[in-house]
Design a protein around this ligand. Structure first.
Ligand SMILES: [Zn+2]
Length: 249
């Protein structure tokens, strides 16, 4: 039963049996794991409030042979992201990020750089401005890290030039934008400017991502495009997106 220590973000916490909690967490060393925190529901003596959703913690625990669930032994709080908890929409956006990671990350398969990206998103959301842009930038970068990033600068099927039209056909199942010769099936029509904006955001250092500004058209198109890619690869929609849509974001 090898022990481990991992710096991870808590993605989901649900009751488990009478006294325990089932915790889903993600860290770049071990990927996504699900673990049982014995007694954590009945008593806060051992874990305190450190297993709160969206907390960054240093988790210690151990694997159990033949069991997909690990056993949690302790959790030291590293960052609680207090500012994102203070307003409903900010918190919903942060939950969207956590749900995205839970939906796209496979268990025990680390995605290098994903935790840093998530922390950038949560800290940026805590600053309160441009929250929706933070989500779009998180999504395009996270899709890239997970290996699902759409091709946006050339035809995803033939590699050819996308031509000079003001809007480009994007087919999720083909992996991105298509040239006029390859486009034929169903797909989304996305403005050339939106594709260019998203493509350029992929290579910026995290510290400069906040400079990317979306027009209302680019935001609307990017939201539809990136959510479609998530749904295609994860096989389900994000529950938190319904709430965000209900409040107009
Ligand atoms: Zn083509």
């Amino acid at each position: 039963m090898p022990p481990f220590v991992t710096e991870s973000l808590i993605l989901k916490v649900v009751d488990f049996q009478e006294r325990d909690l089932l915790v889903t967490f993600y860290g770049d060393e071990r990927g996504k794991l699900r673990g049982v925190a014995k007694g954590a529901k009945a008593s806060r003596r051992r874990f305190g409030a450190n297993l709160d959703l969206l907390s960054l913690v240093r988790i210690s625990g151990f694997e159990r042979p033949g069991d997909s669930l690990v056993r949690l032994e302790g959790a030291d709080l590293l960052e609680h992201f207090g500012p994102v908890r203070e307003d409903l929409v900010g918190f919903a956006r942060a939950c969207y990020v956590a749900e995205w990671v839970d939906g796209c990350a496979a268990e025990r398969q680390p995605v290098h750089g994903l935790l840093s990206l998530v922390l950038w998103a949560l800290r940026s959301l805590g600053k309160g401005s441009a929250g929706e842009a933070v989500l779009r930038l998180f999504e395009i970068r996270a899709l890239d890290l997970a290996g699902y990033g759409p091709r946006l600068d050339a035809c995803a099927r033939c590699g050819g030039d996308l031509g000079h039209g003001t809007s480009i056909r994007v087919e999720i199942s083909q992996g991105g934008a298509l040239c006029q010769s390859c486009a034929g099936g169903p797909g989304l029509r996305i403005s050339r400017g939106t594709l260019k904006l998203l493509h350029e955001a992929r290579s910026l250092p995290l510290g400069r991502l906040h400079r990317v500004a979306f027009s209302s058209l680019a935001m609307r198109e990017a939201r539809g495009l990136l959510r479609s890619f998530f749904t295609y690869h994860a096989g389900h929609t994000l529950r938190s997106s319904e709430f965000l849509e209900s409040v107009g974001t």
